[in-house]
Design a protein around this ligand. Sequence first.
Ligand code: TRP
Length: 325
Amino acid sequence: MSYRILSGFRPTGRIHLGNLFGALKNWIELQENNECFFEVADYHALTTNYNKTDELRGDIIEMVIDWIVCGLDPEKSVIFVQSDVKEHIELFILLSMITPLPWLERNPTLKEQLKELNIRTIHFGHLGYPVLQAADILIYKSTAVPVGEDQLPHIEFTRELARKFNNLYGEVFPEPISLLTNFARVPGPDGKRMQKSLNNTIFVSEEPEKIIKKVNQAFTDPKKIRKDDKGHPENCVIFAYHEALNSKDREQREKDCKDGKIGCVQCKKDCSSLMIEYLSPYREKRKELKKNEGYVRNVLKEGAKKACEETKKTISDVREHMKLW
Ligand code: TRP
């Protein structure tokens, strides 16, 4: 079974382990046997960062460098910047006409952001975030969307909106399914979801000294104080890293932790060595690509062209079904 796939990230600069294991690894596998579109959602970035655009361009390039470094292949996938493909906006405005306000007001992601980022006034564009995301997905007539768990409400919203559109104007859009990643969850060293705004990220391109520092500061099992206390690896950030990095000895390690045979200090040491080794090819590849930003810009330019070919077809289909002028 092969899918038509779209997914994206907001441009947040260099990517971190949460992005890598939470989504990107999944994309990289999917590009082998599916038709894939991956976008840099720069309009979406403006919903919470409309007053911080100085770094936007740099963040876009840095993120796309990491995408390619980690294995997204411009020969296999279409990689582009959302604002280069204007049809996203046209579909956004058309979909916004059929979106009941209560569907947006109950969006759990919005509620979380308001709390986390201490936002007092909601802006119109921010409220409309899921409509724009639905437009991103539906404009490619996507059948599947690989995302992290946090995005599930947005995909459910997209399905509802597609259904509503199809009921009103006729069958245009497939109802896309979400594809969750099979990789282990990777929390920040503080145990919270790894996220730039929480300042708890470990970057894929992190320098070895910083890896050691961040791993050393990570939360382990609070009940394991002495080396021979019995541990609870299921509640330990370091063990989560061992799992994600696929430590060869992770089963033994889990057992030794539970039996109080290994201490957190040793476990952290092993973890940072493993992480440094795991990330080292990425760091090397990044150095090379960094010297060749022109190549990255060209990938995005070509990607936008290919994306436009698809979006133009869909918009014309939509306009036809809606009997627009
Ligand atoms: N909301 C996604 C995020 O914050 C980014 C995004 C924008 C997206 N459009 C999308 C994800 C379409 C999947 C499909 O990471």
